[in-house]
Design a protein around this ligand. Structure first.
Ligand SMILES: Nc1ncnc2c1ncn2[C@@H]1O[C@H](COP(=O)(O)OP(=O)(O)O)[C@@H](O)[C@H]1O
Ligand SMILES: [Mg+2]
Length: 430
């Protein structure tokens, strides 16, 4: 099947037809790309799945077609400017293994096109729709993965401005998250002091207050990332997770039994702070909180088990975890039923055992990865974080990830003493 690229036609055609049977439009774009289907349509363009005829293996690629819907010269020019910017940004940012590589940029019949790497996988929205809500461990892993991409993006003075589940793809090959759709991204000039004033862009549900006023900052991406997490934890529209009358987030009331520890909750609250001043300003602050703050999965298990045991005897503690789904229906009447009822609190406890050491992942590079990841923050899938002897290797993992070799040596010694149960003696013998 070949997809006609004429915006007024868009008819499907039999394979290898040279011209659209309906409108006569040439189908092979720049003598090289066959569009196969429509992947999406946004305010500034349409996205097609396509085949690259020039390459021997005829791989899939993604074509973005500039499609100004805006009326008036100024808006059309703005849209064209945004499209050209996306090309520049993608070329620069596409060097990161978790951002699609830009292959080509050209104009045909006064329409602009970008061709980029095709990322095989599901978007986080599709994952949510198909598999139900995310649990605590999945959210923490997701945060670490996405924050490392954002760190790279922000270090190039770019604000993405449209972070949301539809724009994040989990690559099938290595399960890493890939950030797409830099259509709304904006470069911050030095004069602007890390604020971008002007066009209001982004998806309203995920948009930070300052961004909706046309003043996006890098913290605006952190806000959208936080809202993305809240949506994935609750499967509810972000609009329903915020009480406009009380002007506060009510996401905890909408968890429907999905467990979120106080520690992760605190990080999420810090991401979705309405006031910029009170929100995390930088990716590094959030990562530091996740790596070095009080937040730890093993601690989560401990707290959760205590909370389970004491839910009747200690009502003060148990209310924190919102374990009673029946109480949520009144607060969140619009909530859809989760497709994963099995993802209950007890399941979370089980799942959290599989949390992994980060430092391991840096040695293995997937064959699909262009370059080894620039970031040092990445969870791996190989080594359990807490050993059967209940030694917690989190600190060691963090030190290795931070390349603090000397401290890592000391921590290794501490762990070994603990494993050998010789902490008091403070030395190891054969
Ligand atoms: N490089 C890519 N590889 C695979 N799928 C993609 C890629 N880029 C976009 N998509 C898919 O196409 C959809 C629309 O593309 P996107 O770039 O987000 O444009 P827009 O949101 O402006 O329509 C995305 O939600 C995603 O599902
Ligand atoms: Mg998009």
């Amino acid at each position: 099947m070949s997809q006609c690229l004429n915006p007024e036609c868009l008819s499907p055609n039999p394979d290898n037809s040279q011209f659209c049977q309906k409108c006569g439009n040439k189908l092979l774009l720049v003598e090289r790309y066959w569009a196969k289907s429509i992947l999406g349509q946004g305010g500034f363009g349409r996205t097609f799945l396509a085949v690259d005829e020039f390459k021997p293996s005829k791989p899939l690629c993604v074509i973005k077609q500039f499609l100004p819907q805006a009326q008036g010269t100024e808006n059309v020019e703005k849209a064209a400017e945004l499209f050209a910017q996306e090309a520049e940004r993608l070329e620069l940012l596409g060097k990161h293994s978790q951002i699609p590589e830009l292959f080509a940029k050209f104009t045909v019949d006064n329409r602009q096109y970008l061709v980029q790497e095709f990322i095989k996988g599901e978007t986080l929205q599709q994952e949510l729709d198909n598999h139900g809500v995310f649990n605590e461990v999945q959210i923490q892993e997701l945060l670490i993965d996405l924050l490392s991409i954002l760190q790279f993006v922000h270090s190039h003075n770019v604000i993405h401005r449209d972070i949301k589940p539809e724009n994040i793809i989990r690559r099938e090959a290595d399960k890493k998250l890939v950030l797409v759709d830099f259509g709304a991204a904006k470069v911050i000039s030095k004069v602007q002091h890390r604020t971008v004033t002007g066009t209001v862009i982004g998806s309203a549900e995920y948009c930070a207050p300052e961004q909706s006023m046309g003043k996006a900052k890098s913290g605006s991406d952190l806000y959208s990332l936080g809202v993305t997490c809240l949506h994935l934890l609750t499967q509810m529209s972000p609009f329903n997770l915020y009480d406009v009358m009380e002007m506060e987030w009510v996401w905890r009331d909408c968890l429907n039994g999905n467990f979120v520890s106080d520690e992760l909750g605190k990080v999420l609250d810090g991401l979705v702070e309405q006031k910029l001043k009170q929100r995390y300003h930088k990716v590094e602050e959030v990562l530091a909180e996740l790596w070095f703050g009080n937040y730890s999965i093993s601690q989560t298990q401990k707290i959760k088990k205590t909370s389970n045991k004491s839910s009747s005897s200690n009502p003060k503690k148990s209310h924190i975890y919102r374990l009673a789904p029946q109480s949520q229906t009144s607060v969140c009447p619009t909530q859809k039923k989760s497709k994963s009822p099995q993802k209950t609190v007890s399941n979370n406890v089980k799942k959290s055992h599989i949390y992994r050491l980060a430092s391991q992942s840096q040695t293995s590079v997937s064959p699909t990865q262009k370059n080894p990841k620039p970031s040092q923050y990445s969870p791996s899938n190989d080594v359990p974080l807490v050993s059967v002897r209940r030694v917690n290797y989190k600190k060691l993992r963090n030190l290795l990830a931070a390349r603090k070799w000397k401290e890592a040596d000391q921590e290794t010694k501490r762990c070994m003493l603990k494993v050998a149960r010789r902490e008091k003696e403070n030395y190891l013998t054969e």
